[in-house]
Design a protein around this ligand. Structure first.
Ligand code: ZN
Length: 173
């Protein structure tokens, strides 16, 4: 038997699995072909796999892949940001708002609900009526990702205890 030198490294690449830190470049397009989000011109997105930091459909598609691989994946709303829920759209009287504060379409604020806090956006102001929408902007949408995997590495103990990735493209704290 021939022993390999101590510095010899077999060309095995780490495959994406739970507790890996993964960096990807991506472009997200809607079914209308419009780009909704992209890592272009930024650090790659760096995340800890298997801890709910990404939408479930994307984590699932990346499982078992490795550095350098590219994939196209189409994710339905159930595996993305969930279905669009009509009950999250409500009209409230303007009198509920602080009259000293300007109010405009597109304003976002947090409201209390019986199931916890919810971020809502003002979608329409008509007379005394203010329409708000608590759906995620990507709820109900099919998400088409073009992904390139830039790096896969084992997470550090600290990252695992925090439940997220550190460094460029991840958390900096
Ligand atoms: Zn942390």
């Amino acid at each position: 038997m021939v022993l390999l030198g101590r510095n010899f490294k077999l060309g095995l690449k780490m495959k994406i699995a739970k507790d890996c830190v993964v960096s990807i470049n991506y472009t997200l397009t809607g079914d209308d072909g419009n780009v909704m989000d992209s890592s272009d011109g930024q650090d790659p997105l760096t995340f800890l796999q298997g801890h709910g930091n990404l939408i479930p459909g994307l984590e699932k598609a990346l499982e078992g892949k490795t550095t350098g691989e590219e994939l196209k994946v189409s994710i339905n709303p159930e595996d993305g940001y969930g279905p669009y829920r009509d009950e999250l759209v409500q009209d409230i009287p303007k009198s509920n708002f602080d009259p000293g504060q300007p109010l405009a379409v597109g304003d976002q604020f947090q409201v209390e609900t019986e199931v916890g806090p919810l971020v809502v956006q003002v979608t329409k102001i008509e007379g005394e009526n203010v329409s708000i929408d608590g759906n995620h902007p990507m709820a109900g949408k099919t998400l088409n990702f073009d992904v390139k995997i830039e790096e896969v590495r084992a997470a550090t103990e600290e990252e695992l205890s925090h439940g997220h990735a550190h460094g460029p493209g991840g958390h900096n704290h």
